[in-house]
Each structure stands twice: as C-alpha cells, then as structure tokens.
Design a protein. Structure first.
Length: 291
C-alpha cells in the first residue's frame, strides 16, 4: 500500500479547507450539470460547438469526482493509506479522463477554426458523423495516453519507501518510490505527458491567434459572438494547460508548489470552466435562463 502525506496543517485549518473544497465540489457539480443539461434539453444548442462543450463538461464532472473526494478525506485524517492496485487504478482513470479533456480542447479549437474560416460550409464539414468521430478519437487518445503511463509504471519494483507526498496517487510521486533508477522511465513519462501538453498548448495558441486575427478583420454582427467564444476558450485552455505543464513537463523533483498545482489542475479547473463558458457566452446564458 501507499501512504498519502496530504497536507500537514493544524486540525482547524484542515477542517476549514475541507469546508472550502466541499463547497467548490458542490459548485463544480452544479455548474457542469447545469451546462450539460442545458445543452441536452435546449434544441437551440444542438450544434457542434455545444456538443463538444457538453463532452468537456462531462470530463470536468468525472475528473473532479475522481480526485476531490480523496482530497476531502485527506483533510479529515492525518495519513491516508491506499492499496497498490487501487492507486494504479486511480492513476489510470485520472489520466484517461484528463487526456480526453486535453484532446477535446484541441477538437473545440478545430471546430472554431472551421466556423470562422468556412462559415458557409461549417455544418457540412462538422456533420454528425465527424463530431462523433472527433469525440470518440478524443476518448481513445486519453485511453492510449493513460494506458502507456500505467504500462511504464507496472513493471517497476516497489520495495522501499511507500509514502507519496501528495493528496492523491499520481505518476511523479509513484515513480519516485520505485527501487531502481527511473531516469529513462522519467524521460518517457515526460515525453508522453509533458511534451504532449506543451505541443498541444502551443498549437492551440497558434490556432486561436489565427482565428482572432481573422475575426478582427471582419466587421459583422456575428464577429462579437465569435470573438467572445474564442476569448473564453483561450482562458479555458490556459488555466488547464499551465498547471499541467508545471507538473508533468519537467524532471520529477519535489517542489513546494506541486500540491498547489495539483489542486488547481484537478479540483479548481473543473469549477472554473463552467464560469468561463457561461460568463463569456450570451447564447449559453440565455439558454440557462430558459431552462
């Protein structure tokens, strides 16, 4: 089994943090389920952009539900033990959902690119079959990413220290307690996780820059709507990728900010995404009022 060290604060502070993050989790569920329900029930939103958004909100709910309960239980106990198999399964599910989330953000950027550059052919290009294929591909990409991580971890011997300096099981901490030199495995992990995050993040920033330049050249009624949508998605990808890159795109050394970045990446991003997409999207706000 592994021992999760969690946070070494006083009992009162941990009880306060438990209350704060419990409220955050409730807000995450409420916000994401509201958007998900709105997209499903409002026929005005039955277009590709909101289909992808609904899938993104589903990943936010599931990802938060995988990690937040572990964080909350850690605030109520000094040390939490996790069986080895449960720890491996948790990492697989976490990286599976997280990988699908990242690929869905890339799909949403491609959707906005087609909407801006091929507006008359948009619904023909982004037809039902294409949308389903892109979403399926996103989940398949997340599965392959996660399975690769676990395949690299499982063969390693674990016979020494069993304490993980985090509030949940994650690749950097588990890799560090293996009994052999893990330098080559670390390089493979960074390539599979961190490098992938960097490449997709840079490509997304380039694509959104091209979209924004295209939008600014057009002076139409729909320009403000497209501009608002793109700004919202840039905010969403930034708050998702930057903490992830900090955690996974460097050698697995322990830093004080690791736990903070993990909380932001796994607990706070799912509650921020609904705010970003609703506050910057007039159509979504009107649909929520109708609901």
């Amino acid at each position: 089994e592994f021992v999760l060290l969690g946070f070494n604060y006083s009992l009162k502070i941990q009880q306060f943090l438990f209350t704060v993050f419990f409220i955050v989790y409730l807000m995450t569920c409420l916000g994401n389920i509201t958007i998900l329900t709105t997209v499903i029930t409002d026929y005005h939103l039955h277009i590709p952009m909101y289909f992808f958004l609904a899938n993104l909100e589903f990943t936010d709910i599931t990802e938060s539900s995988v990690n937040t309960p572990i964080l909350l239980s850690g605030f109520l106990s000094q040390h939490k033990t996790v069986p080895f198999k449960e720890c491996i399964f948790h990492m697989f599910v976490f990286h599976f959902i997280g990988g699908a989330h990242i690929f869905l953000l890339a799909v949403m950027a491609a959707d906005r690119y087609v909407a801006v550059h091929k507006p008359l052919q948009y619904l023909t290009i982004m037809n039902r079959e294409v949308c389903l294929g892109l979403v399926t591909g996103s989940w398949a990409g997340g599965f392959i990413h996660s399975a690769t991580q676990i395949a690299l971890l499982l063969p390693l011997p674990y016979c020494g220290p069993n304490t993980l300096d985090n509030f949940h099981c994650d690749v950097p901490q588990v890799l560090k307690v293996a009994c052999i030199d893990t330098y080559q495995t670390e390089l493979l992990m960074v390539s599979n996780g961190g490098l992938l995050l960097i490449v997709i993040f840079v490509l997304l920033l380039i694509s959104y820059t091209v979209i924004l330049v295209k939008i600014r050249r057009q002076v139409t009624r729909g320009t403000h709507k497209a501009l608002s949508t793109c700004i919202a998605q840039i905010m969403a990808i930034s708050i998702t990728f930057i903490p992830g890159i900090f955690i996974y795109a460097r050698p697995f050394k322990t830093f004080e900010l690791d736990k903070v970045a993990s909380i932001f990446f796994t607990v706070l991003v799912p509650v921020l995404n609904p705010m970003v997409y609703t506050l910057r999207n007039t159509e979504m706000k009107k649909a929520i009022r109708r609901l």
